[in-house]
Design a protein around this ligand. Structure first.
Ligand SMILES: [Zn+2]
Length: 176
């Protein structure tokens, strides 16, 4: 407990002490610097892209396959995350237990999925991202495509016309 000295300890006024950067301090400084110089930085980037367009294109083309694979993997991981969450880690259709992720999809439990997706303007990966970024809201489940169509048929969301196999999907506005 001792050391009740009068006045500040010498170290506090020492310049080297004030330069002691903790990771938090560094992050805060970078954040502030970025906010202050955002326009300037963007200008540098724009200028670089403009003056090195060919170089950037060549670099991109050289890595094309890698970039395509990387993006596909990103989409796959996004889907895996969402399916994992809504199936409680089983990654299976809740009705029939089918587990090939290629044919699994997210079902709106109370219907209206197509309408909702249209309103959001998001399908596929963009919809999965929306679910993740909104904290995985309730009201969704994992169904395979077969069970999706069976459910649609049971709920009379699919209409078969007199032309035989041609199915017309109808968004049921009455169910809301
Ligand atoms: Zn199923």
């Amino acid at each position: 407990m001792g050391g009740k000295g009068s006045g500040k300890p010498k170290g506090c006024k020492n310049k080297d002490q004030s330069k002691h950067w903790t990771p938090e301090k560094k992050r805060a400084w970078s954040k502030e610097y970025y906010q202050k110089n955002k326009q300037k930085q963007a200008g540098y980037c724009r200028y670089y892209r403009k003056t090195n367009a060919e170089k950037i294109r060549a670099k991109h083309m050289a890595r094309k396959e890698e970039i395509i694979a990387h993006n596909a993997e990103k989409r796959r991981l996004e889907k895996v995350g969402v399916m994992n969450h809504y199936s409680n880690g089983t990654m299976c259709c809740v009705r029939c237990g089918f587990s090939d992720i290629r044919a699994l999809s997210i079902d709106h439990i109370n219907g209206g999925g197509t309408k909702h997706r249209i309103e959001l303007g998001r399908t596929g990966e963009a919809f999965y991202r929306w679910l993740r970024m909104n904290g995985y809201p309730e009201g969704y489940q994992v169904l395979c495509h077969n069970c999706q169509w069976i459910k649609k048929s049971e709920n009379r969301e699919v209409r078969y016309t007199e032309y035989g196999s041609k199915a017309i999907r109808r968004i049921r506005t009455s169910v809301d």
